[in-house]
Design a protein around this ligand. Sequence first.
Ligand code: GZL
Length: 324
Amino acid sequence: MLRRTLLKAAAGTVLIGASARMAFADYPKMKQKSSYKAGFAQSESNNPWRLAETASMKAEAQKVGWQLVYTDAASSAAKEVSDVNSLIAQGVDIIFLVPREERPLIPAVMAARRAGIPLILIDRAVDPKLAKPGVDYLTFIGSNFVQEGQRVAEWLVKTTNGQAKIIELEGSVGASPANDRKKGFDEVIKQHPGMTILASQSGDFVRDTGRQVAQTLLQAHPDATAIYAHNDEMALGAIAALEAAGKKPGKDVIVCSIDGEKDALQAIIDGKLGATCECSPRFGPIAFETAMRYAKGETIPPQIINKDRFFDASNAKENLDSAF
Ligand code: GZL
């Protein structure tokens, strides 16, 4: 009995392996055509990073001569799902999707899969327990957000000699960069007894929301000595809140963040922001290069991770002109 069970289990394992390979082999291909119609489902246009990403995608589509059908979900995951359904109905050849949040966009990923339209996740990911690359979507192209959080935390530990009381401004609730930048940062801070996170709240990746949340948390925690923002826009909002409270950013309170936008590099040069880990919005070239490789029949890896530089007082000036 036991032997038969083990054989069945083994067979099951083999089948699972084979079925995963078969599923990958079964993933929708692109027909050979001289030009393609791509869909781009953007999550929102609520800050310079988003606008720069959209501009990069549109510019690259024009450069390679593909038609681009663009939708903007205006910060609504539900609308983004219906935007993807509309792209499917329009018969696009491939979809680029920025899933605003990790779970609500799963139905959109599955709808494209059922329609036999290849889908590339750019910039943000979906819950890996609910959808797999090569099976449910083609690939993920973006940054390692956990590593971004770790790098900023390591910089803060070094800069404060391991002594800081931190306010954390989180990105949009449910978004993979917010979840993972928190995970990466918090796990490093936990290793240093002199570092405490006093409070952590979402500012939705938006400058003025970040300013308002920072103002509230600074009033609740006047002993804060550092602010970590999941993006530069919220860090710049926090800097405004500090100055409104008569505090000197960079002196009374150290501020650090992620993205590497132009205003942030200028704030570093001005001594108000300490550092920012790059997260480039310029997805156009890599997104269309990947799609064209797939269209030619090349095998695409399950994820393509962008390289992120790190900006502080030592290199902000030299990188200011090329920043987005
Ligand atoms: C990261 C991206 C984030 C940026 C924010 O890939 O999704 O969204 O860090 C943007 O500035 O709003």
